[in-house]
Design a protein around this ligand. Structure first.
Ligand SMILES: *Cc1c(COP(=O)(O)O)cnc(C)c1O
Length: 478
């Protein structure tokens, strides 16, 4: 037995590289990252390739180790040179990403030290840090100090946590579910419908409230729908508003909706996954007035704080409701649970063991302060206005002036079907690859979108985009 243990220990030794081995590997990984960052301005926003990185599969997982050089080669040729490049400032489709470098260093430290951020007992410091970030988020939203929340992997899980909390807080169960009503809009992000289904609320009545011309919820229509539903013996319990829709960046009238929710006794969830951080900009603050009336908010640091993917957040005004829906006492954790000075993330989310994701948020905030983030957010709002003005001058049809940093536009060709034309135009721009744009359907029409949210997108990028669009229109019209 002892002999076998000694053999096994020796065979497993590779799991703990020596300082020299660590340095050798780390230097190559850092060099790879540096090469990527040094070339980021010239890298395409979208890479079209025929093989889509299939070569990765030629190197299957096996018993045998692979040298770091070869592993990085696999990564370079099969992963980092195909498809979207969300680190590029030219990524102007869907909702852009980014990837603040100091977050990567935060992740590095979180992974090396591997603190158990799930429980206060396990890592009081990590939990204090995450709760401090939650408090900061609650503060910028104008929520009281007693609000709680959770750092999630992204907005979808944040929305799910909020929907589940609203369900339990409003007592929705098998007896009243088919009479219970949720109010949302055609512009609500699909992660909300997904969350409704996962939360077992599919049998509720989903009431799609009519929109105004700028794709915002019509508050008057919302109010009459709730009143009429109540008169018909139904049980309205939840309103989902958007503070920045993904399609057009429209901010629903939060002040009015907040008042309606309070007067009628409904839970108000605001999905601010995309737009939330614009509240830090003077102009955004005005548009977000009323968000403090919400019962819960979803806000994504991996969008509006330019962090690398993997960080969303949910903030809930009433901590007891959030905890009530998510805590559990397990016998094997009896030594680690119970009253601490700080509430533990595991009491407020479906997760137990989790990534210490607070560190990737805290480190850049500490190293940079909030000022450069606020400046970048103001810059995005202004760039959207600039693009809106200039694209109109080029002769494109535009909708309303953008609420935030998403502009919708389309070209009306001299001949032929506009939908077909704009589809081809988008394809040409994406094929070119210098910038990436995406499209949507508004009022049944194929419409192009420009979403500006990367910290690497500047005036030069937007001018290039205008130039590319002009060039491609000319080519297609020609
Ligand atoms: C992106 C987005 C989501 C989903 O967030 P993920 O982080 O992608 O899971 C939800 N709502 C809105 C409005 C979004 O823009």
């Amino acid at each position: 037995m002892i002999r076998r243990l000694q053999q096994l220990e020796k065979a497993a030794r590779a799991l703990e590289p020596s300082a020299g081995q660590r340095k050798k590997t780390r230097d190559k990984v850092i060099a790879y990252g540096e090469d990527f960052l040094n070339r980021i301005k010239t890298l395409k926003a979208y890479d079209f390739t025929a093989d889509k990185g299939i070569g990765l599969l030629d190197s299957p997982i096996s018993e045998e180790p692979l040298a770091i050089d070869q592993a990085l080669d696999l990564l370079r040729s099969n992963v980092d040179s195909h498809g979207l490049n969300p680190a590029s400032g030219g990524y102007l489709g869907f909702i852009p990403g980014g990837g603040i470098y100091y977050s990567a260093l935060g992740d590095y430290l979180a992974d090396v030290t591997n603190r158990l951020a799930a429980l206060f007992f396990g890592s009081p410091g990590a939990v204090r840090m995450e709760n401090m970030l939650i408090s900061w988020l609650a503060g910028i939203l104008g929520f009281p100090k007693t609000a709680a929340g959770n750092l999630t992997s992204g907005g979808s899980i944040a929305n799910l946590i909020a929907i589940v909390t609203s369900r339990d807080a409003k007592g929705i169960d098998s007896k009243n579910i088919t009479k219970s009503v949720i109010y949302l809009s055609q512009q609500t992000h699909h992660s909300v419908q997904k969350a409704i289904r996962i939360a077992g609320l599919n049998e509720c009545i989903l009431r799609y409230v009519p929109l105004d011309q700028a794709y915002r919820i019509n508050a008057g229509e919302l109010e009459s729908a709730i009143r009429s539903d109540k008169e018909h013996g139904l049980n309205p319990f939840l309103i989902v508003a958007s503070a920045g829709t993904t399609d057009t960046g429209a901010v629903d009238p939060l002040e009015k909706i907040g008042k309606i929710a309070a007067a009628e006794g409904l839970w108000l969830h605001v999905d601010a996954a995309y737009g939330g951080f614009f509240i830090l900009a003077a102009e955004g603050k005005v548009k977000f007035a009323g968000i403090e009336k919400a019962d819960s908010v979803c806000i994504d640091p991996h969008k509006g704080m330019f962090l690398p993917y993997g960080l969303g957040a949910v903030i809930v005004k009433d901590m007891a409701s959030l905890r009530n829906s998510h805590y559990y006492l397990a016998p094997y954790l009896q030594d680690a649970q119970g009253e601490g000075e700080e509430i533990s993330p595991s009491d407020l989310s479906p997760e137990l063991t989790k990534h210490f994701r607070g560190l990737r948020f805290w480190l850049p905030l500490k190293l940079l302060g909030t000022k450069p983030f606020v400046a970048a957010l103001e810059e995005k709002l202004l760039l959207a206005k600039y693009f809106y003005r200039e694209i109109g001058k080029l002769g494109f049809e535009t909708g309303c002036e953008p609420d935030l940093s998403i502009v919708t536009y389309r070209w009306i060709p001299k001949n032929g079907d506009p939908d077909d034309f704009n589809k081809r135009l988008a394809e040409e721009v994406v094929k070119d690859g210098r910038v990436f744009i995406s499209s949507t359907v508004l009022d049944g029409k194929f419409t192009l979108r420009l979403a500006i949210l990367s910290f690497r997108t500047h005036l030069k990028t937007i001018r290039l985009t205008l130039e590319i669009l002009r060039e491609k229109v000319e080519m297609l019209e020609g």
